[in-house]
Design a protein around this ligand. Structure first.
Ligand code: HEC
Ligand code: HEC
Ligand code: HEC
Ligand code: HEC
Length: 144
């Protein structure tokens, strides 16, 4: 915990230096939640919109966590120097000790589909394959 506070401080200092370089959508260049719907790329690209989710009061840490699997606050994300480190595959890859947490499909289905099925504060999300996955031309996503 202590080290992570120190790291957060360091990152904050670095981000103040790099501020002008990193802005995505956030105020004054700090890293904020992306305003546009994003496409999660992979063999079966899927849609994800931050606004739909955070509008329900969901904290960033419901989905974003650090290398110790501790939830990230919006402040911690705001101080990130390289937003690419927030990408799930930057940790969930072949280096991940647990085999079942290496594949995009496994972690995204575990996080996204599970909540859609169980619901968040009583509200369920869509669970059909094509609710998340993009349709390629007129053909439905293979396997759906
Ligand atoms: C709540 C959203 C959601 C739903 C519903 C969903 N998926 Fe996914 N799925 C994702 C995300 C996000 C990814 C990661 C993107 C990728 O890897 O292409 C993913 C990845 C995958 C992959 C992995 C592609 C690869 O990289 O190997 C397959 C296959 C897949 N989904 C099939 C399905 C099928 C079949 C269904 C319906 C039974 C389904 N998904 C329903 C969100 C969803
Ligand atoms: C319901 C899940 C969820 C919540 C809640 C959430 N995010 Fe995200 N966020 C994601 C996913 C998924 C990605 C894409 C990760 C990837 O590309 O692997 C992402 C990407 C990002 C990125 C872009 C990283 C890049 O690729 O450049 C930023 C910045 C970000 N989130 C900030 C936030 C902030 C700030 C909050 C809270 C206000 C937040 N997110 C809440 C799921 C979430
Ligand atoms: C900085 C590294 C890192 C990043 C980035 C990261 N994770 Fe993780 N994640 C971990 C670690 C570490 C664990 C715990 C591994 C273990 O239990 O051995 C974990 C566990 C998980 C788990 C299983 C436990 C649970 O909470 O259900 C899921 C699902 C998961 N991550 C999804 C995601 C998603 C989705 C993203 C992107 C929005 C993401 N992770 C980004 C490091 C990371
Ligand atoms: C903690 C719960 C939770 C998590 C985690 C979550 N969702 Fe959702 N999602 C919801 C709920 C609830 C709704 C319905 C919102 C509404 O109807 O206003 C929703 C709606 C959606 C929608 C349809 C509305 C839109 O934005 O177009 C898509 C697509 C979606 N989620 C994709 C995803 C993907 C992809 C992930 C994982 C990266 C994810 N969700 C993670 C709870 C969650």
């Amino acid at each position: 915990m202590k080290t992570s506070l120190i790291q957060t401080g360091t990152v904050l200092a670095l981000s103040l230096i790099g501020l002008l370089g990193v802005g995505i959508t956030g105020v004054a260049g700090a890293v904020g939640e992306p305003a546009e719907e994003m496409i999660l790329e992979g063999k079966k690209p899927a849609r994800f919109n931050h606004a739909t989710h955070t509008a329900q009061g969901m904290a960033c840490g419901v989905c974003h966590h650090d290398q110790n699997h501790a939830p990230l606050t919006s402040e911690a994300i705001g101080a990130v120097t390289d937003p690419a480190t927030l990408r799930c595959v930057s940790c969930h890859n072949d280096q991940m000790p647990k085999q079942e947490l290496r594949q995009a499909k496994d972690i995204f289905h575990a996080r996204c589909k599970t909540c859609h099925q169980d619901g968040y504060q009583g509200k369920k999300g869509p669970t059909k394959c094509t609710d998340c996955h993009l349709k390629s031309d007129k053909k439905a996503v293979e396997g759906c």
